[in-house]
Design a protein around this ligand. Structure first.
Ligand code: MRU
Length: 350
């Protein structure tokens, strides 16, 4: 990914060879704040408070968090404690637990410095895999967008997306956005309807920022607009990411995704879910089994933005009423047209 013409990944190891850099995504798009993580507690806090977010990137931050913990104390007891601390930070996306399991298995045979080295090597390998996976998701999703372009050669293809399943939610490329970037790069005219995605506005703040940095035409819409746009024939496809897909194909994603899937079904608009295989959870039978994170009500009662001075990040209160804040919802498998994965486009989970 490029920001102001400079290439970045969304997580990387410092030149010192051990501390870890991420973006503080809470400041985007207003400020590009790069944060240095030096201790597991900082990694856990960055995940919990959503400095870093998105299912695949949570996993990578967890992996490096474990490496930081082992650097301080590579004992078996600390390995278990660090695993338990990190896995509890955010419950819904399955990728975090998957990555921590991978890390644990990779370091288990070693002790001392060899264990620390194995941890950093595994975290790096997981990040590299994520980049290759998302690139392959882009290749397979591109075929869908090419077909839509063949159907409508005289106009841009309109894609609606929800939340941020872009490069900021992964190590690079994104999942839902990977096919869009591919299509744009090969000259297919694409236009993206970006759901603002209340309460935290990941669409307005992050997806719109990414698309702008890459030069992809896009329009921000409030979360309630998608249904009308679909009725008016202004959406050719919906593509979203996901935090967990259960054995029956139910899709857990950012709150509001389900309503878009219902509207897509009612209007004959294809609804695609882009994901790496690590987001499939064969251990859960259906979406009803997924733990849905309930976040602080202040995310609903307050809103953050840039002050009128154009410089200061400001928080304002919208209401005095109590609020509920379930962060994810479940889209039943019957509403999903197909899954765009690194192994191809699938009608149902394998
Ligand atoms: O709460 P967030 O911002 O971590 O939620 C992110 C999403 O819902 C994404 O769409 C999902 O994790 C897929 S990320 C490739």
């Amino acid at each position: 990914m490029k920001i102001n013409g400079t290439s970045y990944r969304s997580i990387w190891v410092n030149e010192n060879g051990w501390s870890v850099h991420i973006f503080d995504q809470r400041a985007l798009p207003w400020r590009l704040d790069i944060v240095e993580l030096t201790h597991i507690d900082e990694a856990a806090r960055a995940i919990k408070e959503m400095w870093t977010r998105g299912a695949p990137l949570l996993a990578m931050t967890g992996a490096y968090g474990l490496a930081l913990a082992l650097r301080a104390d590579p004992s078996d007891a600390n390995l278990d404690a660090a695993y338990n601390q990190l896995v509890a930070t955010r419950p819904t996306a399955v990728n975090l637990k998957w990555a921590l399991d991978q890390m644990k298995a990779a370091v288990a045979p070693y002790q001392g410095q060899a264990r620390i080295d194995a941890a950093y090597a595994k975290a790096q390998a997981l990040c590299d895999e994520d980049v290759a996976t998302n690139s392959a998701i882009g290749d397979h999703g591109l075929e869908i967008l090419r077909a839509l372009h063949r159907q409508h050669p005289d106009r841009a293809i309109n894609i609606l997306t929800h939340c941020n399943a872009g490069w900021l939610a992964t190590v690079d490329y994104g999942t839902a956005t990977a096919p869009i970037y591919r299509a744009h790069d090969e000259g297919i005219p694409v236009h993206v309807w970006v759901d603002e995605t209340r309460p935290r506005n990941q669409g307005a703040l992050l997806t719109a920022y990414e698309l702008a940095e890459h030069g992809v035409p896009h329009t921000l819409i409030c979360d309630n607009s998608g249904g009308l746009l679909m009725q008016q024939g202004k959406v050719d496809a919906v593509i979203v990411g996901t935090d967990r897909v259960t054995a029956n194909g139910d899709v857990c994603n950012k709150i509001g995704t389900y309503l878009k899937a219902l509207a897509a079904k009612d209007n004959g608009v294809p609804f695609y879910v882009a994901l790496p295989f690590t987001t499939f959870d064969a251990n859960l039978a259906s979406g009803a089994d997924i733990p849905i994170e309930e976040r602080d009500q202040s995310e609903v009662t307050h809103i953050d933005g840039l002050g009128e001075d154009g410089q200061t990040l400001t928080r304002v209160r919208l209401t005095q009423s109590p609020a509920a804040n379930p962060a994810f919802d479940i889209t039943p498998a019957r509403l999903v047209t197909a899954f765009i994965t690194e192994r191809g486009v699938l009608d149902k989970p394998l």
